[in-house]
Design a protein around this ligand. Structure first.
Ligand code: WQD
Length: 344
């Protein structure tokens, strides 16, 4: 079944990889993106990789209903929406909470209102494992208590609750995907993670150290209650995450409304910072110099998924391991030293 899918934030890291998977499955896409934290070059390369031009772009901010109306009117009726657009830097959300509440919550509210107006009530929402806060039991199940500890996670949980209300009040079909830590890149090395400025996240920082763009990795704390003292996360290959979106949308479109799903998207494997450094060195043969420094404010000791629900309900499990994550992330960095601003 080929569909017409509206994708907000489709030029971003996860959005671009998802657009590629959906184009390869024969779907027709309309992407809404303001390129605040992404590049139109990513969409050009996605169409090149998919050998498809079934992707229309509407540039603009999803808080502007006219931008979304234009996207809904850009072709045949939209069958479903995948909503990536939003801000996601934990530290920035602490420093500028109002901006996060506006973009992440208000943006989602405007999107849902315009979807209602166009009679489209099928939505996959990009949520986050950080809604669990600082849990004490692992692995994390979807029914466990949520206790977000920073505005980024609070806004994501608020959107989940808003969408839940739509499912209870009307004939919506919603899936909230709680991502763990997406890393890596498409194996072609043509699309990948392209953070602006100094990377916040571990993986792009490691690849930039490997490329000589950074002198060394700073490991944020080695006094956590974990086996080697460094933070544990559930890293998953961005291609596995992209495939999870295609599977989820197909599942939703085959459900009778109202339907509401909340699903952890992770591998179920927890890796420490030192595990990742070792894995990257083994996968690439490149030594990553590092220095242990103080903990980063807002960091939690461990986040690790129980992926059982994704498998039982969606038939999805992660298929790629740390070696592929490191190898593909490194191939992207090598081929694009300055990200999408590198020469084509
Ligand atoms: C991972 C581990 C750090 C950088 C991210 C996103 C957040 C959310 C979840 C989607 C931690 C350590 C990191 C560095 C380090 N994404 N680290 N040195 O914090 O889990 O959050 O994924 O919802 O938006 O920010 O990921 O990669 O920043 O950190 O030691 O230079 O690596 O302390 O233990 P995090 P991360």
């Amino acid at each position: 079944m080929t569909c017409r899918i509206l994708i907000t934030g489709g030029a971003g890291f996860i959005g671009s990889h998802t657009c590629l998977v959906l184009l390869e499955q024969g779907h027709s896409l309309v992407v809404v993106d303001n390129f605040d934290n992404s590049s139109p070059e990513a969409l050009r390369r996605v169409q090149e990789l998919a050998a498809s031009d079934a992707l229309q772009l509407v540039e603009g901010d999803l808080r502007n209903p006219d931008v979304l109306d234009r996207a809904f009117r850009s072709g045949r009726p939209v069958d479903g929406v995948i909503h990536f657009a939003g801000l996601k830097a934990v530290g920035e959300s602490v420093a500028d909470p109002l901006r996060y509440w506006d973009v992440n919550l208000n943006g989602s509210r405007v999107l849902a209102a315009v979807m209602e107006r166009h009679g489209c009530r099928t939505l996959v929402f990009s949520s986050t494992s950080t809604v669990y806060g600082e849990p004490e039991q692992f692995p994390l199940h979807e029914g466990m208590a949520t206790a977000p500890v920073h505005p980024y996670a609070q806004t994501k949980l608020a959107v989940e609750q808003m969408l839940g209300a739509l499912c209870r009040s009307g004939s919506w079909r919603v899936a909230c995907l709680r991502y763990f830590n997406p890393v890596g890149a498409h194996p072609s090395g043509r699309i990948g993670e392209d953070p602006l400025g100094i990377p916040n996240n571990l993986f792009p920082f490691i690849t930039q150290v490997a490329a000589g763009r950074r002198d060394k990795l700073r490991v944020f704390g080695q006094d956590y209650p974990t086996p080697d003292g460094t933070g544990i996360r559930d890293y998953l290959h961005v291609m596995d995450l992209a495939e999870a979106h295609g599977v989820t949308l197909t599942h939703l479109l085959n459900q009778e409304p109202p339907t509401q799903l909340t699903v952890n998207i992770g591998t179920g494997t927890g890796l420490s910072v030192l595990d990742v450094i070792k894995g990257f060195e083994q996968a690439t043969g490149i030594t990553i110099p590092y220095e242990v420094v103080a903990r980063r404010p807002g960091d939690v000791p461990r986040l690790q998924a129980c992926p059982r629900q994704a498998e039982a309900v969606l038939g999805w499990t992660a298929r790629r391991g740390l070696v592929e994550m490191c190898r593909d992330g490194w191939a992207w960095q090598q081929a694009n030293p300055m990200g999408y601003r590198s020469a084509p």
